[in-house]
Design a binder for this molecule. Structure first.
Ligand code: SAH
Ligand code: SF4
Ligand code: F3S
Length: 449
């Protein structure tokens, strides 16, 4: 027979269990759009009565917001979710995958990963709270060409920089890329909604905003194009700096460049994915532009915004990439002089148009090409940054420096990381820093009053 004390314990643990069921743990993989989606998911779940917890073992719902861009990204998540499932074997926690990998492999994941309870794609977050309130597993994978989540407020993390999704999806279908299949067609949010959101971001104290979309400069809603949106966004008081990512080179209009040049708040920084420096490969990738157009664009941008920093994305080893194509990529990277580059080995993706193109570059050769580009970029970035020695640069202080006690870290206008002795300045301030040392990835210096 149960004693009164046992009964009371059981009652307490039921209360504790009910409270645990309402805790959610969320981990995010992939690009900034996924980070922004996680803030949206958090908004949806908090509205449905859930609260965030920091430890997956304390959660009733464990959710990984995933990426499908390369095989490696998916392998990492598969390992992580298996580990979380085995760690939580004895409790009633529900474990799910959200985002692009969920959309990519769909219901198959539920069978492939025993213990996985649900999958939800990028257009399925709106009803997540209700779905979780019901018992049992589910799959919410309908792509919806109208879903923009315009009416849902994201819960943003602490910091000086906020992310704002202005368009979702992609219509470009580059041969290598899974994004159009997992995020669906392009759709833009209404400008008035975005301006309201920017005002609320400013009220919450953020100084810098990054406008997001997979082809962010393809933004178009009710006659407002990307250039017009940039101009409107720069009128919002309190927001000191605006950035955007990723613009597509073929969508970059003269109007966009003029708006960048005219608006002081739009930072002199542009991520302009190149993928390859060979016309033959660009054509096979179906990128929608050739090298001549890309280089002309770089010239136009530099003429309009002389202190601009340029970054790019490169894929090595796309099927058919010969030695001379690769040399062309290396040469163009040098010619442009990118401040920063993200470089990847081609990863064949199911459902893409390149899926059925036979690979011609061995894994070894891909690795060799990648490490050569990385080495060259390291030297290039080192030389570009060295020119900053002795100069003043404006920095938004983001956080305490990781390695040096008492120092702060932040980004300058060109989005370079600057670590500095603050001389009394605090996180959130815009300060001038005199650069005293440089490396390929970081600048160091002293704040000057
Ligand atoms: N929308 C952006 C790119 C988003 S994906 C654009 O078009 O510029 C980010 C980067 O991942 C791409 O620019 C590309 O360099 C890389 N990438 C995409 N698919 C890939 C694949 N299958 N293998 C290797 N890298 C890939
Ligand atoms: Fe992928 Fe191309 Fe769309 Fe970028 S533009 S998300 S690379 S399909
Ligand atoms: Fe990955 Fe999806 Fe972003 S595939 S790169 S998380 S849009």
């Amino acid at each position: 027979m149960q004693s009164a004390a046992d009964k009371q314990d059981a009652g307490l643990s039921t209360v504790a269990e009910a409270s645990r069921q309402r805790g959610f743990y969320l981990e995010t993989y992939g690009c900034q759009m996924n980070l922004a989606d996680s803030e949206l998911i958090q908004g949806v779940l908090e509205k449905a009565g859930y609260r965030p917890v920091a430890d997956p073992l304390d959660a009733g719902v464990v959710l990984l917001n995933t990426c499908a861009i390369r095989e490696h990204a998916e392998q990492r998540v598969a390992q992580r979710v298996r580990a979380l499932i085995s760690a939580s074997r004895n409790s009633r926690v529900r474990i799910g995958l959200a985002g692009c990998m969920a959309q990519h492999h769909r219901e198959k994941l539920l069978a492939a990963i025993p213990g996985l309870d649900f999958v939800v794609g990028p257009d399925g977050y709106r009803g997540l709270g209700e779905l979780l309130n019901a018992e049992g597993g589910f799959a919410q994978l309908r792509l919806d060409r109208d879903e923009t989540y315009a009416d849902i407020s994201p819960v943003r993390g602490e910091g000086t920089r906020a992310w704002l999704t202005i368009m979702r999806g992609c219509n470009r279908f580059c041969a290598f890329c899974v994004v159009p299949y997992v995020r669906g067609r392009e759709r833009s949010l209404p400008a008035p909604v975005l301006l309201n959101e920017l005002r609320s971001i400013a009220e919450q104290g953020y100084k810098e905003v990054v406008l997001l979309g997979q082809t962010v400069n393809a933004y178009e809603h009710d006659g407002v194009d990307f250039a017009a949106l940039l101009r409107m966004s720069s009128t919002v008081d309190g927001i000191e700096r605006l950035r955007f990512t990723s613009p597509h080179p073929a969508d970059m209009s003269a109007r966009d460049i003029e708006a960048m040049a005219d608006c002081d708040k739009v930072m002199p920084q542009l991520h302009l994915p190149l993928q390859s420096g060979s016309d033959r490969v660009l054509k096979a990738m179906d990128r929608g532009h050739d090298m001549e157009q890309y280089l002309r664009l770089v010239d136009q941008v530099r003429a309009a915004v002389p202190d601009i920093a340029l970054s790019t994305d490169i894929i090595v080893g796309f099927p058919g990439e010969g030695e001379s194509d690769f040399e062309a990529t290396s040469a163009v990277m040098d010619e442009v002089g990118f401040d920063h580059a993200y470089m990847f080995k081609y990863s064949r993706r199911e459902r893409t148009r390149a899926e059925n193109i036979e690979e011609t570059v061995s894994e070894e050769e891909k690795s060799a090409r990648l490490s050569r580009l990385i080495d060259e970029q390291q030297v290039r970035a080192g030389a570009i940054n060295e020119r900053m020695l002795g100069q003043l640069t404006q920095v938004l202080a983001d956080s305490p420096a990781k390695k040096q006690a008492g120092w702060l870290a932040g980004k300058n206008r060109q989005y370079k990381t600057v670590v500095f002795d603050p001389h009394g300045a605090t996180v959130g301030e815009l300060v001038d820093v005199k650069i005293e040392a440089t490396g390929p990835h970081t600048l160091r210096g002293q704040r000057v009053a």
